[in-house]
Design a binder for this molecule. Structure first.
Ligand code: ATP
Length: 308
């Protein structure tokens, strides 16, 4: 795969003096769904706005489809669709006119068949003559996506596409995003919802305090950083982890009645069999045993905490 968007050492210092991006380098691969995860104020919207040419970077460089976003702004911008966080639509405009107008803004010739295709894809065709103000919140969001797709961009940025959207509609939105990717559109979405990244992203980028902490294949991230824990509940409390068990990665549970064993899920051997027999050899009586796997959420919280 090759990068369709490439950002190098991008910084953004707002007029207030606030440093919102502190040297971000990021390659977005053609055809992927990349989820940018980060807490409030991390710099997600700023990064998207810089790539889309709505905010000027203070330093660094960005190319989209090989075009520099400053020197070759029109060519770069024409490859990008942006679905903003805010529902910014003209309330009295008909859906179809609103979407057709967006295409015209990019100087593309009128193409009714393309507009029909995207309205159908977004289940908006039967609402094409409705006025925007007559639509539900979820439909308005879909109109924003249709507008962003009207000029046939190759890269689509979705800034928190499902903020405040109910579970049903969120899943609809995920289906739409997957459908767009199947059509060859590269998708970058920002989200607070870890389950959203877990559900649809190919890669996950974590951004915090103006820095990209990591960008990784989602499956690798979960396999590499996800650890499993075995909780051994004991019949009776103990004061400390017995010295004879020091070779294991064990901690005493808060109740003093359990031992928590962390192990790597990728290893050939987990060490569980020998641990259990060594625990028994210490005369400790087991009450129960359970396992749990760290989720993307645990990984994300851990990363952001480590960075602050
Ligand atoms: N125009 C501006 N002038 C000054 N500071 C700004 C401006 N826009 C954003 N910021 C600051 O830059 C930081 C990053 O904001 P940004 O909107 O990029 O974060 P975000 O990760 O998208 O957050 P959220 O998840 O809350 O939308 C914040 O501290 C914000 O207050």
């Amino acid at each position: 795969m090759s990068a369709i968007v490439s950002a190098k050492d991008v910084t953004k210092v707002y007029d207030s003096g606030f440093k919102a991006l502190k040297g971000v380098s990021l390659d977005i691969e053609q055809g992927e769904i990349l989820a940018l995860l980060g807490p409030n104020g991390a710099g997600k919207t700023t990064l998207i706005s810089v790539i889309c040419g709505m905010v000027n970077a203070t330093s660094g460089s960005i190319t989209v489809g090989g075009h520099d976003i400053v020197d070759d702004f029109r060519a770069a911008r024409s490859l990008i669709g942006l679905v903003p966080q805010e529902l910014s639509l003209e309330p009295f405009e008909k859906v179809i006119n609103s979407v057709t107008f967006s295409r015209g803004l990019f100087g593309k010739p009128r193409d009714d068949a393309h507009i029909e295709r995207i309205l159908r894809q977004l289940s908006l065709w039967d609402k094409k003559d409705a006025r925007v103000k007559e639509l539900s919140g979820g439909m308005k969001r879909r109109v924003l996506i249709a507008k962003a797709l009207s000029h046939e961009p190759r890269v689509l940025f979705l800034d928190e596409p499902t903020a405040g959207v109910d579970v049903e509609l969120r899943k609809d939105m995920w289906d739409i995003v997957r459908g767009l990717r199947a059509d060859g559109v590269t998708i970058i979405l920002t989200t607070h919802y870890i389950e959203e990244a877990e559900a649809i992203a190919d890669r996950v980028g974590v951004i915090n305090d103006g820095n990209i902490l990591l960008v990784k294949d989602k499956a690798d991230l979960m396999a590499q950083m996800g650890r499993k824990e075995l909780c051994i509940e004991l019949q009776d409390p103990i004061g400390e982890v017995p010295a004879a068990l020091a070779a294991y990665d064990l901690v005493l549970g808060e109740d003093s009645c359990s031992l928590i064993y962390s192990y790597d899920t990728r290893g050939d051997r987990t060490g569980i069999t020998s641990l259990l027999s060594d625990v028994a050899a210490q005369g400790l009586v087991l009450k129960d045993v359970s396992t749990s796997q760290s989720s993307l959420e645990d990984i994300f919280v851990g990363l952001v905490e480590d960075a602050t």
